[in-house]
Design a protein around this ligand. Sequence first.
Ligand SMILES: [Zn+2]
Length: 87
Amino acid sequence: MPDRRLTNDRLQYILYDEYTAFDQVHRQLADELVQLRRLVADFVDPDDCWFDHHGGCQAHGYLSLEPGEICPHEEAKQYLAEVNADA
Ligand SMILES: [Zn+2]
């Protein structure tokens, strides 16, 4: 995981102010990143996790989490909070 996320603010700056300097591959990557972030935000369940006595998340059906793993819904929420943070 990178030390710092590319925040949405920075991504928008890149897309609108530096877009013309991009080559085709970078434009496609940036466009796909915007699309994927929108999809993650749409798919993530806003409900909190709740765990059974085995450590699995019953709320989201991730019943086989290993020690130290977090539910992907919580991981996605943390990711979205990082990329939506002010730079
Ligand atoms: Zn969960």
